[in-house]
Structure formats: structure tokens, C-alpha cells
Design a binder for this molecule. Structure first.
Ligand code: A2P
Length: 314
């Protein structure tokens, strides 16, 4: 049973390790040690992004791991994402190069379009009118070019609704391998999951624990009574149950932690499972999106409401 959910196969034949370490909010000064601890604990998948502002230190940690012979490059899965600052088509290869330089890598295993919008170049900072629509066809053509070049072994998107994926699929020569979105037992993404499955797009769950440490997110995943009951019955922590639920739903998960004990705890989810009768109880959990993307909504921007951003999937 232990090996059952170690990897998920993508639509291009690549195999993504099912549990990755999320690196959002892991600050420089901390993130390097965290990466080293995670890889030593068995993680083979690191989820990065340009906007997390820590890729340089992650790169130094990776270099040390390779030099010390702890892991080989080909045994690691590294994801990065192009931020909406730079989601202009012509920026895609340029920004990928910066990421590759910072990570000290020749290629990433997966490159994602982080959010379905772009930021106007002539407006510095966050002002009400700073966002503009993403040119999906032109941006995706650039993503396909980097896929062809071998600098990204898979390409995909993040925070795309079924509708936006449908628009993308209409123009894609290389279909997206992954859509990375918020998913946990309190926001199970049932509609999007069904759509992705029907199109062969793998779903990766960010905030798979419901991001309990983020103050602006009103998280209640790790105090949910169903999880509590299942954790009690199985002798596992609520975090482990939330992550194992994700694997059994068929999604990879990228939990974040800067604490070595919890990094290990979150990886200890392979040699046990949630039995069917307990798994069925998760369908009773009232659903609620925790990360609405309010910061991207403005009357002058491409999305005037949360409903528009997610095309009604809220
Ligand atoms: P810490 O870094 O102190 O471990 P998510 O991945 O859903 O965004 O959640 C990340 C948050 O959850 C972080 O604040 C992290 O804090 C905390 N966390 C990580 N693993 C666990 C766990 N097993 N149980 C409880 N909280 C956890």
C-alpha cells in the first residue's frame, strides 16, 4: 500500500511526486534549511514561485543537496510559476530564465501560469487599475515554446476555473498538464475536479491544510469535526488526514511548513489509508472557498467580482 500514491502520472507521461513542499511564506534565511530538511525526510517535490521571493536561497540549498550527494537532480521535481507581474507573452521566457538562474537549474519539471491575469507594465505597485486581462492564447504559445525547448518538462496553470481551462484547451497545442488550485476537505473542488479529470488535467492542491497560519484566511480545516473524528479513529493528526484525503481524491498536495517535525509528519501519509466508510464522511462537510482572490478584484480590472474571477465556481 505504501507505494500506491507516491506519484501521479500526467498527460505527457511525466510522474509527479504526490507530496511536495510548498514554499510560499518561507522566508530567505529559513527556506534553505527547510528544503534540506524536507529532502532528507524523503520529499522529492518542491513547489516554488517567482513571487515567493526565495528562489535564490532555494537554489543554494538544491546545489548543496546535489553536491553532498543527498539527491540527484533527476530524482527531484521542481515546480515554478510565472507571476502576473510578468504574464505578458514576451516575458515568459525571460522570467523563466531568471527563475532557472536563481534555482541554479537547467530546467524545471513544471512551469505554471500563476494567476489568470496580467499587470499593466506602466503602472508600478498595486493600484486599483494595475491589472489587465491575460492574453491566454499568446501566453500559452510562449509556454509551449519553453516546453519544446526542454526548459520546462511540463507546463500548466494555477487558479484557473473550468471555463478558463476550456478557453485554454481550445487554443492549446500542448494541453496543460496541471491546474494548481486551493483544495482541501472544506473546499473539495468537486466541479473543477470532474472537469479536469474529463480532460486529463491533473489537479494539485495548494493550501491542502487550509493555510492555518495565514492571518487573512479564516481557516477551519484543522478543526473540522469530520477530520477530527477520522484522525481519532486512525490515530493520525488532522493534518495527515487532510493530506491523505487529498491523495485518495487523486490530487497531489503541496503542504507548507517550516517546522521539521511537521515536515516529517506531513510526509508520513503513505503506509496507511482512510477506509471507505470514513472517506464517505468527507462528503458531509459544508464547502467554503478560503482563498477568494479578493486582492485581484477591482472595477477597473479584468475581474469585477470574485464570481467573475472563478467563473461562478465559488
Ligand atoms: P508551520 O510552518 O509552523 O508548520 P497550507 O500548506 O495549507 O498553506 O498550511 C501551511 C500552514 O500550516 C503553515 O502555517 C504551517 O505552519 C502549518 N502546518 C503545516 N503542517 C501542519 C500540520 N501537520 N499540522 C498543523 N499545522 C501545520
Amino acid at each position: 500500500m505504501g507505494e500506491e500514491f507516491r506519484f501521479f502520472e500526467l498527460n505527457n507521461g511525466a510522474r509527479i511526486p504526490s507530496v511536495g513542499l510548498g514554499t510560499w511564506q518561507a522566508p530567505p534565511g529559513v527556506v534553505g534549511d527547510v528544503i534540506i530538511a524536507a529532502v532528507k525526510a524523503g520529499y522529492r517535490h518542491i513547489d516554488c514561485a517567482r513571487v515567493y521571493e526565495n528562489e535564490k536561497e532555494i537554489g543554494m540549498a538544491l546545489k548543496k543537496l546535489f553536491e553532498d550527494g543527498v539527491v540527484k537532480r533527476e530524482d527531484l521535481w521542481i515546480t515554478s510559476k510565472i507571476w502576473c507581474w510578468c504574464n505578458y507573452p514576451e516575458d515568459v521566457p525571460v522570467v523563466l530564465e531568471i527563475t532557472l538562474q536563481d534555482l541554479q537549474l537547467d530546467y524545471v519539471d513544471l512551469y505554471l501560469v500563476h494567476w489568470p491575469l496580467a499587470k499593466k507594465k506602466d503602472i508600478p505597485g498595486f493600484t486599483p487599475d494595475c491589472f489587465t486581462a491575460l492574453d491566454i492564447p499568446a501566453t500559452w504559445r510562449e509556454m509551449e515554446k519553453i516546453y519544446d525547448s526542454g526548459k520546462a518538462h511540463a507546463i500548466g496553470v494555477s487558479n484557473f476555473s473550468s471555463k478558463k481551462l476550456e478557453d485554454l484547451l481550445k487554443v492549446a497545442r500542448v494541453p496543460p498538464a496541471i491546474n494548481q488550485v486551493e483544495s482541501h476537505p472544506v473546499w473539495n473542488q468537486s466541479k473543477l475536479r470532474e472537469f479536469c479529470q474529463s480532460k486529463g488535467i491533473h489537479l494539485t492542491a495548494y493550501s491542502p491544510l487550509g493555510s492555518p497560519g495565514t492571518i487573512w484566511i479564516k481557516s477551519d480545516v484543522l478543526s473540522n469535526p469530520v477530520l477530527d473524528m477520522v484522525a481519532e479513529k486512525l490515530g493520525k493528526t488532522l493534518g495527515q488526514v487532510a493530506l491523505r484525503w487529498g491523495l485518495q481524491m487523486g490530487q497531489s498536495v503541496v503542504p507548507k511548513s517550516t517546522n521539521e517535525a511537521r515536515i516529517k509528519e506531513n510526509f508520513d501519509i503513505f503506509d496507511w489509508s482512510i477506509p471507505d466508510d470514513l472517506f464517505a464522511k468527507f462528503s458531509e462537510i459544508k464547502q467554503r472557498r478560503l482563498i477568494e482572490g479578493q486582492f485581484l478584484i477591482h472595477e477597473l480590472g479584468p475581474y469585477k467580482s470574485v464570481e467573475e474571477l472563478w467563473d461562478g465556481e465559488i
